[in-house]
Design a protein around this ligand. Structure first.
Ligand code: DCP
Ligand code: MG
Length: 402
């Protein structure tokens, strides 16, 4: 049985800021980091543009058997409807739920508008998805000392110019700024000061730590680790032993420390999804079986956002945390789920038989382009869609919050 651990994530040059790929070091200087996240983004845009939807439970997505909810309005969330929930389940939980098909062009244009507002204050902007970004406001165009003031100003401008609300988190690093923006959602602002950071991290349930999906959370629980405080009580060698390189990230995060920089030049390079298994697997047949739903989700995501890729990569993480990837690249954009399945099957042949057990499998697409657009057009306009998270609520949403 598999436990989906990650949403579909949009990977970036730095590996999407995944804890396992970024060293987290002791802090050097005090920074002012703002995390902005639009509230119920796709659903709010739909309610803005269609007054009949306001105040009602709305899901952006398709109600069909295999559809999933992309975004849920806050009215729908009261019924337990959230992103990545199968549409059929959503409708059962909330019979009044109104499904609205996604309009990605509109979301992209709002995304550009909010980006322009951020750019009035700083060049240090790292978009995480269409509706979310980190800003390093330590240095800013107006020389404003208070990052809170900047965040309030941004929230106000977003409301005035787009008619939508955003929540803001302010702190001295990315980890805490992102937690802070979630703290007073919707339409809220929250500051985690250096004096509060450590206590805030200690009080967190482990699933709130970046990179902790259901499988890792279960493993932590089996080791008696339930909260940030429990995590903090572990030694670095212990965490490295049990969680590989991510252990270093957990070690520092549980102390409220995160030295990842805001990286303005990060651009989405790939979309992908992965699963950590409740029990490690050893044979090719099991791997094939576990990959099927991943490929299906990846393809559904491609279809939803009109994106295709030329390179398919299979990621394998072994029980000892060693990680390998295998890729195949085609001259043309890969155009069907069957093609992805065939390529995955070929790639599995390079992995199995395997002497070691496998704890995680992932599939991703890179060399992305838009379905139906010309080669030049694709090169000119790398698409910037957000992950359709397939699971981290399955974890919490696709394409990788930082
Ligand atoms: N999204 C998606 N699939 C997911 C998660 C999100 O397609 N699994 C899309 C729809 C969301 C948008 O990305 O509206 C932004 O995602 P967020 O996680 O920021 O969620 P929302 O903005 O919808 O809600 P919140 O108010 O919690 O930020
Ligand atoms: Mg949002």
């Amino acid at each position: 049985m598999q436990i989906p651990s990650e949403n579909i994530r949009e990977r970036t040059r730095e590996g999407a800021g995944h804890p396992e790929q970024e060293a987290t070091l002791a802090p050097s200087r005090q920074r002012k980091i703002i995390h902005i996240d639009m509230d119920a983004f796709f659903a709010s845009v739909e309610q803005r543009d269609n007054p009949e939807l306001r105040g009602k439970p709305v899901a952006v997505g398709y109600p069909q058997a295999r559809g999933v909810v992309a975004a849920a309005s806050y009215e729908a969330r009261k019924f337990g409807v959230y992103s990545a929930l199968p549409s059929v389940t959503a409708k059962r939980k909330c019979p009044e739920l109104i499904f609205v098909p996604p309009r990605f062009d509109v979301y992209k244009s709002v995304s550009r508008e909010i980006h322009e507002i951020f750019a009035l204050h700083t060049k240090m902007i790292e978009p995480l998805s269409l509706d979310e970004a980190y800003l390093d406001a330590t240095e800013n165009m107006q020389g404003i000392a208070s990052a809170t003031r900047i965040a309030e100003d941004i929230r106000l401008k977003i409301r005035e110019q787009t008619g939508l609300t955003a929540s803001a988190g302010i702190s001295y690093n990315k980890f805490l700024a992102k937690l802070a923006s979630d703290h007073r959602k919707p339409d809220g602002l929250f500051v985690i000061t250096p004096a509060m950071g450590s206590a805030f991290a200690e009080a967190l349930p482990i699933k709130k730590f970046h990179g902790v999906g259901p499988a890792t959370a279960n493993k932590m629980r089996s080791l008696g680790i339930e909260t940030g405080l429990d995590l903090k009580a572990q030694t670095l060698p212990f965490l490295l032993h049990h969680f590989g390189r991510a252990g270093r990230y957990y070690y520092w995060n549980s102390r409220g420390i995160d030295e990842r920089q805001v990286s303005p030049d990060r651009a989405r390079k790939s979309i992908g999804t992965e699963t950590t298994f409740a029990q490690d697997i050893r044979d090719r047949e099991s791997a094939n079986r576990e990959l099927k739903p991943l490929i299906e989700k990846l393809w559904r995501h491609c279809e939803n956002i009109g994106t295709r890729g030329k390179t398919l990569t299979l990621k394998v993480k072994y029980a000892d945390f060693q990680q390998v990837t295998r890729s195949r690249t085609s001259n043309a954009l890969l155009s069907s789920q069957e093609i992805l399945e065939d390529l995955c099957s070929e790639l599995l042949n390079t992995i199995f038989p395997s002497a070691k057990e496998v704890r995680l499998l992932g599939v991703s697409l890179s060399s992305l382009g838009s379905e139906g657009s010309s080669e030049d057009d694709q090169n000119m306009r790398p698409s910037s869609h957000r992950q359709f998270s397939l699971f981290q609520a399955i974890g919490k949403a696709c394409i990788d919050g930082g």
